[in-house]
Design a protein around this ligand. Structure first.
Ligand code: SF4
Length: 424
């Protein structure tokens, strides 16, 4: 992307403010840590799924649990070796997958116990477990509550049974409703549900049915994803090849999927689930603390297969980087065998880029004034041409010092984010 002097008056850029490394470090260190733990095991592989998850023998679960617990106990040493430290306390834990609830209750308990031994977990920490509907037996829910879980994310995808089964989901609408009731009886009211726009057989009418059913449950949080068509899923490969396996010929076209997404934004906003991020909607006070960490560049530490981490570095870091990122392997065998984790230092420039394109995912957008205080006026001003073009293309909008995506910009978000990327 070209760099250019900021044209006067092109955007409402804030007054100059020098970057302050000490302030930056205080800000980063004063925020709490989020922990993500991935469990890559599934009962069946959904046809649209492009995650690092699969169906594995239960014999592997024990080795995996052991490995995750060991990694948790080595976290301070890993952070120190990377020149960082571990912010404290931990105020969010997210067990994702995969299907974490396939682990035995005793294995889940060992993982949470390992985290609590190693980290100071805040009393009001948000503790989420992703669950596949159809796995939430009373005994399992009891064990989640015993582990301190206070939030459940359900991969519903559709309330129309034919649509769910066409992509390999094993639950029905009735099972979802039963399990929500069971979670509430157990005291877990903070429930999120995922829907996918673009499943085979989906129509405008059936999509509206799923949206209405979700809102009618009264859950405080929802996520809506548009079907991803890529080489990493069976359905994606079939769609690219133009075939008919996996009900590929019943997948709605791109325009219809975009319309479904727009309908979801409009309907959920009118149903009290306000959109706060490209794919996420919440009732007042129920945004996902964990996911907000990614979009606001707060520190997080990941364990398990294909888990990503970002930790702050002190201002005196020899590399002059402001943070370090690292990720575990995405292959189970490689992960359990244990390999050295390649790490990537994040420069001040990269951190600013990330702050733009991650912050723009949020409906509230990014605050140019706050960015100038953190990164310096000159650095932020160099983005003026990109901001100006985004405003004139009606992909961005500005109110005082806040810049955010327009509804059209949210549909074309990848294109907008690409404009903010510069070569390292
Ligand atoms: S979508 Fe979820 S449940 Fe289905 S295969 Fe992927 S990770 Fe497993």
């Amino acid at each position: 992307m070209p760099q250019a002097d900021p044209p006067a008056g092109a955007t409402n850029l804030p007054e100059p403010a020098p970057a302050s490394p000490d302030k930056r470090n205080e800000t980063i260190q004063s925020v709490a840590l989020g922990i993500y733990i991935s469990v890559p095991f599934c009962r069946t592989k959904c046809s649209y799924c492009n995650f690092a998850s699969d169906v594995f023998s239960r014999a592997l679960f024990e080795r995996y649990t052991q490995r995750v617990c060991e990694d948790v106990s080595h976290a301070p040493a890993l952070a120190a070796a990377l020149g960082s430290g571990l912010p404290s306390p931990v105020d969010s834990i997210y067990l994702g997958g995969g299907t974490p609830t396939l682990l035995d209750p005793a294995q889940l308990q060992r993982i949470f116990a390992a985290v609590r031994v190693q980290f100071q977990v805040a009393a009001d920490a948000e503790i989420t477990v992703e669950c596949a509907p159809g796995t939430l037996s009373p005994a399992l829910i009891e064990s989640l509550v015993a582990c301190g879980v206070n939030r459940v994310s359900l991969g519903v995808q559709s309330f129309v049974d034919q649509e769910a089964s066409s992509v390999g989901r094993l639950h029905s609408r009735a099972v979802v409703l039963e399990e929500i009731a069971r979670l509430r009886v157990a005291g877990i009211h903070n429930i999120s549900m995922d829907l996918i726009a673009g499943l085979p057989h989906q129509t405008a009418v059936s999509w509206q049915y799923s949206l209405s059913e979700l809102a009618a449950t009264g859950v405080p949080h929802a996520s809506v994803y548009m079907l991803e068509v890529d080489e990493d899923s069976r359905l994606g490969r079939e769609l690219i090849a133009g075939g008919t396996r996996y009900h590929a010929h019943f997948v709605p076209d791109e325009d219809a999927i975009a319309d479904f997404y727009i309908a979801a934004c409009q309907f959920f906003n009118s149903a009290g689930l306000a959109q706060y991020e490209i794919s996420n909607f919440a009732r007042a006070g129920s945004t996902s603390r964990h996911n907000l960490k990614y979009w606001t560049r707060q520190p997080y530490l990941g364990f398990g297969v294909d888990a990503h981490s970002m930790l702050p570095l002190p201002p005196a870091s020899p590399s002059h980087a402001v943070a370090v990122r690292f990720a575990t392997p995405d292959a189970l065998e490689q992960y359990t065998a244990g390999t050295e984790l390649p790490s990537q230092p994040i420069s001040q420039q990269q951190a600013l880029e990330e702050t733009f394109f991650l912050g723009l995912r949020l409906n509230r957008g990014v605050d140019l004034q706050a960015l100038a205080q953190e990164f310096g006026d000159e650095a932020v001003a160099s983005y003026a041409p990109i901001l100006r073009d985004g405003l004139s293309d009606k992909l961005l909008q500005q109110s005082a010092s806040m810049v955010s995506l327009t509804p059209r910009g949210r549909l074309l978000s990848n294109e907008v984010f690409g404009r903010f990327l510069r070569d390292p």
